[in-house]
Design a protein around this ligand. Structure first.
Ligand code: HSE
Length: 291
């Protein structure tokens, strides 16, 4: 049996839609060995709905690695330990996909490189900004390029910033949140986001955490998705009022991610939870380190 850990990830960070993702110090694990049928067990989040299934993303990912090297995988003994809140914008599907790919690859003696795992992960997930940090860790920018399927860059994340997550008791399936977005956007919105994404990446390299608030503004997706998240604007305002330096919808939501100085983590977390509560939404906050 092999066992791998895969981090939660927060995609977009505001303007970097389908480009930026940050791995967090919060993990699911996948244990695996091949068998003639599927025997899936799980503990933690979703244990009751995952146990006994054979149609999970993790199974598909395990099989994909075997197929890639010309082998067949009929089934497997799989155990999942889930610590990442599901359907919350924290990359749980990416963690299942990357966990399955990494576990199969480990079992087979690492025939595939991490770049190859990234390509397979995007093939299954559809967008690259959760799977890339799940594979490589830290803050990653990822671009589909003609020369190779995906080119990525690890970007230094300022050590002065601490991550505070507000996780409401709401479910927002990514596909639903993506369907809210238009196929084309005005040039003004494109320029708004590309200028801020550039500023955000530059601010990370320069350690300019004072630029994060401006650099994390977004015109492409957050306002359109806010209809699925009662209190989104109030929660963002509360986080800034309590001293956050940058706030965004985490991936497609509904989790909201804030970056704060160490001494403001608790105030930002409780402020965001109160703002959700005022809208009648239960929520919890957690502070996690960057992976
Ligand atoms: N970039 C993706 C989106 C991330 O916003 O739809 C989903 O977690």
């Amino acid at each position: 049996m092999v066992k791998v850990m895969v981090p939660a990830t927060s995609a977009n960070l505001g303007p970097g839609f389908d480009f930026l993702g940050l791995a967090l110090d919060l993990y699911n694990t996948v244990s695996f060995k091949p068998a003639d049928e599927w025997y899936v067990t799980a503990e933690g989040y979703g244990a009751e709905v995952l146990t006994g299934r054979s149609d999970l993303l993790v199974c598909k990912a395990l099989q994909r690695v075997f197929a890639e090297i010309g082998k067949e995988l009929k089934g497997g003994i799989v155990h999942l330990e889930n610590h990442i809140p599901p359907a919350g914008g924290l990359g749980t599907s990416a963690s299942a996909i990357v966990g399955g790919l990494a576990a199969a690859n480990r079992f087979l003696g690492e025939p595939l490189s991490r770049d190859e795992l990234l390509a397979l992960a995007v093939e299954i997930e559809g967008h690259p900004d959760n799977v890339a940090p799940a594979v490589f860790g830290g803050l990653v920018g990822v671009v589909k390029s003609p020369s190779q399927p995906y080119t990525y860059l690890k970007i230094p994340f300022p050590s002065a910033l601490y991550v505070v997550l507000a996780v409401p008791k709401l479910r927002v399936p990514t596909v639903e949140a993506r369907n809210l977005l238009p196929k084309e956007v005005p040039l003004t919105e494109a320029v708004f986001n590309l200028s801020r994404t550039g500023l955000l990446v530059g601010a990370c390299y320069a350690g300019r955490v004072d630029l994060f608030r401006l650099a994390m503004e977004d015109a492409l997706h957050q306002n359109r998705r806010a209809v699925l998240i009662p209190g989104f604007h109030q929660v963002v305002a509360a986080a800034y009022q309590e001293g956050a330096l940058g706030v965004a919808l985490s991936g497609s939501g509904p989790t909201i991610i804030a970056f704060a100085p160490e001494n403001r983590q608790q105030a930002v977390g409780t402020g965001m939870v109160s703002a959700f509560n005022e809208q009648g939404i239960e929520a919890q906050w957690l502070s996690v380190a960057v992976n």
